[in-house]
Design a protein around this ligand. Sequence first.
Ligand SMILES: Cc1ncc(COP(=O)(O)O)c(C=O)c1O
Length: 389
Amino acid sequence: MSALFQNYAKYPLTFIKGEGCKLTDDKGETYFDFGSGISVVNLGHSNPAVTKAITDQSGTLIHTSNLYSIPVQERLADKLSRRGFHGSLFFCNSGLEANEAALKLARIYGNTKYEGKRLRVLTLENSFHGRSFMTLSATGQEKIKKGFEPVADFFTHIPLNDISALKNEIDKGDVVAFMLELVQGEGGLDMIEADYLKQCAELCKKEGVLLIFDEIQTAFCRTGKFFAYEHFGVEPDIMTLAKGIANGVPMGAVMAKPEIAEYLVPGTHGTTFGGNFLACAAAESVFDTMNADGFIEAVSEKGAYMKEALENIFENSDVTVLGLGMMLGIKVPGKQKEFISKAIGNKLLLVPAGNDVVRIYAPLNISEDDIDRGLELISKTAAEMGLGG
Ligand SMILES: Cc1ncc(COP(=O)(O)O)c(C=O)c1O
């Protein structure tokens, strides 16, 4: 009997080594990892640049606390800010912590600016924002809240791509922020419509409602742009980041327009580990790798190639290919679990989303040969299930 909590439904696999898009298990078998640790290890396993950054930093200094200045944290903040919308940065250790900080920021902003009259936060139906009490309350999926009621009561979930639903809620006069994912990663890869997002941004700006993008799963080139919002020509007031930020070293971040970030004055928020030397060194190496010439363009091209190949594989089936850039997936109604198990049998790792979707998140720096080999395994799995191939 394991001494661990039994809160995960694990696959019967134990990996002991990873390199690029491949993982080796304890029996010496090699698997193609087209999950990337759920879009975390976007630069592949044992990435040499990240390994060197961690190794060098750990031999120098790992942690001092946020009582003192941390040069690599300042440098990383400056790089992310300039790459993004010139916001200020706060570093933490995970996605839910980033959303927690963003929501605390929205609350203190609302309380200060609107004298406590704007408490409500809007999020989308079928969204996912984390599993702390605050972020599961923000999440628009009943199954995430089940058993943990009562949850925080100041969130309202509205339908995706429905501008009148947003307007109706904002018209009530008590909304401080609207938080949303641009592609709903955990929900099943539903995507925001560009026109809707433009209208949301205009409406929120006009009504003084903060626009928060949860880019925890979409940022760091996963969708073929450094931040997914770049596809839409719309900037948020606040953005949350995690997952791919440090290629597997636990880290999260919030970027907020400086005039909003300043509401979190000393003593209002903090973290022990967040933004320490080790995590920032890893994140800086990820940032530099992804901003090297041609990296993002290559992700875009690989994503388009993979999407077309997937469409060909599933051409004569009822499977739909979903996604943006290399944030790809297939909708296989009623066959999600079976597809993933059969893929494991073929030495290919994929990740579920929602009830019917299988995510295909290859590492972003994967070679063309390895893309083709992974696609062959998807095609083989599809053929075994009578779904094309
Ligand atoms: C969009 C989004 N927000 C928040 C989270 C929560 O992140 P974490 O698991 O690091 O707390 C996730 C994790 O899947 C996510 O995809």
